[in-house]
Design a protein around this ligand. Sequence first.
Ligand code: GLY
Length: 285
Amino acid sequence: MNAGILVHGGVGSLEEWRDGCLYACGKGASILKKGGPALEAVIEAVRTLEDDGRFNAGTGSILRIDGKTIEMDASVMDSSGRLAMVMAVRDVKNPILLAQALLSTPHVAIAGEGAGKLAEKFGLEPHPGPSEHALKQYERIKKALLNKRPEEINPLWKGFEHLLCDTVGAVAMDRDGVFAVASSTGGASAMLVGRVGDTPIIGAGFYAGKLGAIAVTGIGEEIIKRSVARTVYDRIERGIDLERAVKDIIYSFPQDIPIGIIAITKDSAVALSNRKMAWAELTIT
Ligand code: GLY
């Protein structure tokens, strides 16, 4: 493969939404085809998914437990050492563009009021507010909480696949052999205001190095505890076949914890999950 890109719509996303993944993948691939950088391709793919509205990221982000707050996490990384992580940011339509903006500062992570100020400085569009889907989703969560049945919504949360979908993400390799990853999420509800998941945590929700790039989706707390993305990368470094490396992690998760991984190396690309997950792949020869 000369270059390639994979995107996912989050573990729990429906097969019918694959068109959104294909569209985002095409947007990223068009950059790679012109010889553009992998970092730009994954950012464009994730920005497209954030704007889709069906996925839990950007415009489609779900609400926090207070029923009114939207806070989002996002990250970008490439194998040339570029890294940016934005955490629990509010009032930004495209957190991935805020991560891109952060790349032009001396910092690698930003949160809170300063993140909002940076978004303003870069002229990023404000968030349009909760989608109809996010409001419906919140009503279901509230009902389950009021019925004192949090297991209905929180995963160790049975029924997760019917209620939620998770993060969006993209991994790519460009014609120069540079690998990149981008991820964005509205979180994994039910969640407290201020909670941060795996998506902006290097080595947990994402990783890119000289041998490949990995994006993870699922319950952030479980992904962080297991350093999932870096664990996959370590296995690649040890010469383990990519599919085997990813499968081992997926199988090591308890059945009731949703997990999905997309990964790309010079020779192969895989997308695997233990629940439904919309995804797409395009290879450039
Ligand atoms: N994987 C997204 C989150 O847990 O926030």
